[in-house]
Design a protein around this ligand. Structure first.
Ligand code: HAS
Length: 557
């Protein structure tokens, strides 16, 4: 599909700007591993302290890059399948809010006025600039979605009886869940934290803010994942040389995410005394439930890959794994997808460990948790962003991808880096190594009375992984920016590889209508959070306490 100039500018800005900031995100990630391995025994390097760096790392990588990419991928998906552009006003207002919000966040983080990490837990306090910037970033992404809904209804009127394409269902599920989860955090930010930060109120209800954050925080993690799932179902089978094993299974998986992603945030708060055991048990059960659509995906995507491998001449039980197009210059996307899937197996299994209340007591707040989530965020999420950003930038700008051979090997080296990093973190976590701690000041500093030699090897392994990822990211930046800054020599268009379905499946009405699923989703959220909210108000109250990241002492006293 041809593309208007303004839409093209919005899409390219939505890729170029966060990818530029990602340089800071990556730098601060590598620095984390160096501090923690005890190579540096200082609270700050180059004017950026440990928590400031960790805040930049989390906010840029997990909030900014992922949100921009989800919006850009949504634009491309909707326009590719519906052959329409969303209303200009929506995509322009959306990008303006997102860019303005991101610049505000960046300013606050660079100047040290936002150091409370990507979870911005009170009573740590960030500047109002950071809070408002974050709200703008989120609200901007909603506005893009409203534009897609409009063109979807237009298309449906023009194409009566046609099914919603699976990729659009994936995108709509993702953004419906996103809105459901992000309304509470926008409330937290604008109604509670911003006035508190400006000094207009002098107390804050800490458990309430944490609960509102995690009502958002869990849908957020699936918001990172679902663009990758959309690509696994609708693009990967094609680039693997096969077909999608079952479209209905894909539809069911997405719809299950819609009802189960939002009500499970309390599983991040199992250790908090404010919730009752009943709420924790209920959320634990739902958490096992939300693993189901991922198990289904493992089966459907696995079957699609097996079909592709057999079509390529594979024999025997596992021969298909060898026949897949791993290192092909003209099919570089495959590597980004398969490496993400491989890492996700281990990320998913570790998530299931976390979901058990009893096992969670062992690993909560240890390095195991970042070990778990790097296997997913730095796995399928970032690898999909890497691969598809190159693909989209090249097709929309008409610029040929530079250093293609490098682009082919990047995902494999990155995968090795992530595996080492996460293995180090998880092994350390099982020995009690804390997360979110500058270990180099104490536990991995031989001169400190707190020195713990058991954590030296695990943090060193983590650092080797982190450095491998850092070097690979630099290679990726070379490919991406060389492509982006090159000359346009090809037609500029919106185009996606489109997988066919293997079977002509009977349409199932329930899988073609999002409405009942949306209703169940809201009911489950109420069923979980009304009792949770009642506990919060029963067992906690607003306090005057305030802390700074550098010191554990209460500033109020
Ligand atoms: Fe999680 C903490 C439970 C999935 C991200 N998680 C986190 C945090 C993040 C995060 C960021 O119950 C920390 C937040 C913080 O800062 O405190 N998580 C789960 C469970 C799942 C899960 C049960 N998490 C994710 C996903 C994330 C993510 C997805 C990001 C995108 N997580 C938890 C819990 C905590 C937690 C607790 C709190 C811990 C604490 O105490 O703080 C499940 O949904 C996972 C299901 C996944 C699978 C894997 C399916 C495998 C597939 C690949 C197949 C491969 C193929 C290739 C087909 C069952 C689909 C084969 C071909 C070849 C050739 C090999």
């Amino acid at each position: 599909m041809n593309i208007s100039k303004s839409y093209k500018t919005v899409i390219l800005t939505g890729l170029f700007m966060p990818m530029t900031l990602f340089i800071f995100g990556v730098y601060n990630g590598v620095m984390q591993t160096i501090y923690r391995a005890g190579v540096i025994h200082q609270p700050a390097v180059a004017g950026i302290n440990y928590y400031q760096g960790l805040t930049m790392h989390g906010v840029i990588n997990a909030l900014v890059l992922t949100t921009f990419f989800a919006v850009v991928f949504g634009h491309i998906t909707l326009s590719h399948y519906l052959k329409k552009e969303p209303p200009k006003l929506t995509y322009q207002i959306s990008i303006i809010l997102m860019v303005a919000g991101t610049l505000m966040d960046f300013e606050a983080m660079v100047t040290g006025n936002a150091q409370a990490l990507y979870t911005f837990y009170a009573p740590l306090r960030d500047s109002a600039v950071f809070y408002i910037g974050t709200a703008l970033l989120i609200i901007g992404s909603w506005i893009a979605f409203f534009g897609w809904v409009k063109i979807w209804f237009e298309w449906r009127k023009e194409n009566p009886g046609k099914k919603m394409p699976l990729a659009i269902l994936g995108t709509f599920v993702n953004f419906s869940m996103w809105i459901l989860g992000s309304v509470p955090v926008v409330y937290e930010i604008l109604v509670i934290l911003t006035p508190w930060s400006l000094g207009l109120t002098n107390t804050v209800n800490v458990p309430l803010t944490r609960m509102l954050f995690w009502m958002f925080g869990h849908p957020l993690v699936y918001f990172w994942l679902l663009p990758a799932y959309t690509a696994y179902y609708t693009i990967l089978p094609k680039v693997a040389g096969g077909k999608l094993y079952s479209g209905n299974a894909g539809r069911l998986a997405f719809l299950l995410f819609l009802i189960l992603s939002a009500p499970v945030g309390v599983h991040h708060q199992f250790s908090e005394p404010v919730f009752t055991p009943g709420t924790k048990l209920w959320v634990s059960i739902l958490t096992y439930g939300v693993a189901l659509p991922s198990f289904m995906t493992a089966f459907t995507v696995g079957a699609s890959l097996e079909y592709a491998g057999r079509k390529r001449g594979a024999k025997g039980l596992f021969g298909w794994m060898v026949k897949l197009p791993y290192f092909q210059r003209d099919n570089y996307l495959f590597g980004y997808f398969i490496c993400g899937l491989f890492l996700f197996i281990f990320g998913g299994v570790s998530g299931i460990v976390n979901a058990s209340y009893a096992l969670n007591q062992m690993i909560h707040n240890t390095a195991w948790v970042p070990g778990h989530f790097h296997l997913i965020i730095a796995g399928p999420t970032i690898l999909m962003i890497f691969g598809m950003s190159l693909y989209i930038y090249s097709s929309v700008s008409g610029k040929v991808i530079k250093f293609k051979s490098l682009a082919v090997i990047i995902p494999y080296v990155w995968m090795i880096g992530v595996a080492l990093l996460s293995h180090g973190l998880m092994a350390g976590g099982l020995m009690g190594e804390p997360r979110r701690t500058n270990l180099g000041l104490s536990y991995t500093n031989p001169d400190s009375p707190l020195f713990n030699q058991h954590w030296v090897s695990t943090t060193t392994l983590t650092m080797v992984g982190g450095m491998t990822m850092g070097v690979t990211a630099v290679l990726y930046f070379i490919v991406f920016f060389a492509t982006a800054l090159g000359k346009a020599t090809q037609p500029q268009q919106i185009i996606l590889p489109e997988s066919e379905e293997l079977h002509e499946e009977k349409p199932i009405p329930l899988l073609l209508n999002m409405k009942p699923w949306l209703i169940v989703s809201v009911v489950l959220v109420m069923f979980t959070y009304v009792p949770a909210l009642m506990s919060v108000f029963k067992y906690s109250k607003p306090v005057k306490n305030q802390f700074q990241t550098e010191s554990p002492s209460n500033i109020e006293k």
